[in-house]
Design a protein. Structure first.
Length: 127
């Protein structure tokens, strides 16, 4: 089954890297991209998003704040927070919003592991 993926990062290079991995691993999936939390939230309101890959450090609101807002729109969305800032506080806060943490630089193997888990979770939530 194909899913819709939201990629949010203020760095164009980081968005391109995630998109490249996604295109390689799941070429039939649709992706939408945003450069900040406000843009991402607007996209999530317009588009049915199944999976969100969110940068932690962005201008304005951070990825964890965005994750909470997106979950209010779609409680079944699978969220990953992507950051080079691997601190226990951020890992704990990611878990509190029901997200998974992926370290930057994001490897294709780590992305694939996350996507497999996301697929399993989404398939399990279907009636």
């Amino acid at each position: 089954m194909a899913y819709n993926v939201l990629i949010v990062d203020d760095s164009k290079l980081a968005r391109m890297a995630v998109a490249k991995g996604l295109n390689t691993l799941r070429p039939g999936w649709t992706r939408v991209e945003a450069t900040n939390a406000d843009e991402a939230l607007a996209l999530a309101k317009q588009t049915a998003v199944d999976i969100a890959l969110l940068d932690f450090n962005m201008p304005g609101r951070d990825g964890l704040s965005l994750a909470a807002d997106i979950r209010e729109l779609n409680p079944n969305i699978v969220v990953a927070l992507i950051s080079a800032n691997v601190q226990q506080e951020i890992l704990d806060r990611t878990a509190q919003v029901g997200g998974l943490f992926l370290a930057k630089p994001l490897t294709e193997a780590a992305l694939d592991t996350f996507l497999l888990a996301a697929e399993a979770r989404l398939n399990a939530s279907k009636p």
